[in-house]
Design a protein around this ligand. Structure first.
Ligand code: NAD
Ligand code: TYD
Length: 351
């Protein structure tokens, strides 16, 4: 094997797509998927590749420094792609501490473990940190986030991710650890946990339950198909420059309420319902505390320097996503059993 790569968070939404792409496109890489399998991690996401000879799964918590040091000493990875995180803003409002632990302490544990095994030879090594556009705060109706936009995180989630980004840069500057960071906009696609807007809405529409739209539905997000994101990750992993940050986005801004209407139209078609039926389920509910108005990415740097651009149009990506969820009802039923209903009731029943 040419290289050992530890991918953290590989049984979650984006991580599972990264693991699939790296194991299948690069059989010469040995891919170690390190994941605690929290409510958001699901090995079913990787059933199709779990028997590949270049793939191995390790269950473990990045907050446990001793465990992480042990894994790194044993496997001696040349690279890390770090996706493990608590990732949902609403949960960070209900319970900030798990975000501080995983997103900040967990990231520092991984940085320390890399320093420990790479200290004598940083050549050819890489710590690739996956982050979010939410670190930049909230935009008004104009403007885009660039790589030089000042950090202004406003939720416990985005503040914990901003903190981890700063620590990654600090280890690059202070200890010369080779790093690269990408800050991506909202992803959607197969295998996303149904606490996030798009899969939650697909599931509710299918079951004829209300679609909860926060506030007036006027908040804007820049949506990127997960397949396009993992192509960007591949590009940055192989061609990104040490110490650099690249913003990744879909050039695809949608107001929540308009997105929901498009989704309803696709669902009506797929479920053979009369046009307008699904939209009848829209319910405006109490707004999220501190709800960021608008995120939008200027993805010019990654286009100019690494020749990456999103390829999947929004309608095409949404149709693929809807079809995947409708064809994988078992996946949905499995992730919805267990603790999720407790969270759902706490989050939505009092709104
Ligand atoms: P996800 O919540 O679907 O998956 C997170 C994974 O991390 C899960 O498999 C979970 O088990 C694992 N994990 C959580 N805590 C852990 C711990 N302490 N130790 C080990 N594993 C742990 O998240 P996602 O949406 O796939 O996001 C992946 C990464 O991409 C995150 O770092 C997130 O901040 C970033 N990101 C996500 C989006 C998005 O729209 N989803 C956009 C930009 C950036
Ligand atoms: P989400 O998928 O949680 O991503 P993020 O908060 O990281 O952008 O939410 C996307 C947008 O949808 C955000 O403006 C909040 C809104 N939203 C709702 O209106 N209703 C919901 O039930 C959820 C989960 C989100």
């Amino acid at each position: 094997m040419k290289k050992t790569i530890i991918i953290t968070g590989g049984a979650g939404f984006i991580g599972s797509h990264v693991v699939r792409l790296f194991t299948t496109r690069y059989p010469e890489y040995r891919i170690i998927n390190l994941d605690a399998l929290t409510y958001a991690g699901n090995l079913e996401n990787l059933k199709d590749i779990e028997k590949l000879p270049n793939y191995e799964f390790i269950k473990g918590d990045i907050v446990d420094a001793e465990f992480i040091d042990g894994v790194f000493t044993e496997y001696q990875p040349e690279a890390v792609i770090h996706l493990a995180a608590e990732s949902h803003v609403d949960r960070s409002i209900l319970d900030p501490m798990s975000f501080i632990n995983t997103n900040i302490i967990g990231t520092v544990n991984l940085l320390n473990a890399c320093r420990n095994i790479w200290k004598d030879d940083m050549e050819g090594k890489l710590f690739y940190h996956i982050s979010t556009d939410e670190v930049y705060g909230s935009l008004g109706s104009e403007g885009l986030f660039t790589e030089t936009t000042s950090y202004d995180p406003r939720s416990p989630y985005s503040a914990s991710k901003a903190s981890s980004d700063h620590l990654v840069r600090a280890y690059n500057h202070t200890y010369k650890l080779p790093v690269v960071i990408t800050n991506c906009s909202n992803n959607y696609g197969p295998n996303q946990f149904p606490e996030k807007l798009i899969p939650l809405s697909i599931n509710n529409i299918k079951k004829n339950n209300p679609i909860p739209v926060y506030g007036k539905g006027e908040n804007v997000r820049d949506w990127l198909y997960v397949g396009d994101h993992v192509e960007a990750i591949d590009r940055v992993f192989h061609q990104g420059k040490n110490g650099e940050t690249y913003n990744i986005g879909g050039n695809n801004e949608w107001m929540n309420i308009e997105l929901i209407h498009l989704l309803c139209e696709i669902m009506d078609d797929r479920l053979d319902r009369a046009p307008g039926t699904s939209a009848g389920l829209i319910e405006f509910v109490k707004d999220r505390a501190g709800h960021d108005l608008r995120y939008a990415i200027d993805a010019g740097k990654i286009k100019d320097e690494l020749d990456w651009e999103p390829r999947v149009t929004f309608r095409e990506g949404l149709e693929k996503t809807v079809d995947w969820y409708l064809e994988n009802q078992d996946w949905m039923d499995n992730v919805l059993s267990g603790d999720y209903s407790k969270y759902y009731n706490k989050q939505y029943k009092q709104r």
